[in-house]
Write a protein that binds this ligand. Structure first.
Ligand code: SF4
Length: 73
């Protein structure tokens, strides 16, 4: 059966950790997904981004000043 809902259109976030400077801009925009810990390491909290957060995550990806984020649809 084909999926008709949005939930299957999940996206994944890819981080270029060499480029990331842990300034937490993404974490400020979407704290449900991005987290910078006390040691300045960025963590992606969700392996698969639900459709309800996908637009916010795309915005965060575009907002990263280091272009360290990308999305895999
Ligand atoms: S906005 Fe970019 S540079 Fe800043 S913490 Fe997120 S991925 Fe890293």
């Amino acid at each position: 059966m084909e999926a008709s809902g949005d939930w299957r259109r999940s996206v994944k976030v890819i981080v270029d950790y060499d480029a990331c400077e842990a300034n937490a801009i993404c974490a400020g925009l979407v704290p449900e997904v991005f987290e910078v810990d006390d040691e300045d390491n960025l963590h992606i909290k969700l392996d698969v981004i639900p459709a309800s957060l996908a637009d916010s995550v795309r915005h965060a990806v575009r907002s990263c000043p280091k272009a360290a984020l990308s999305i895999e649809e």
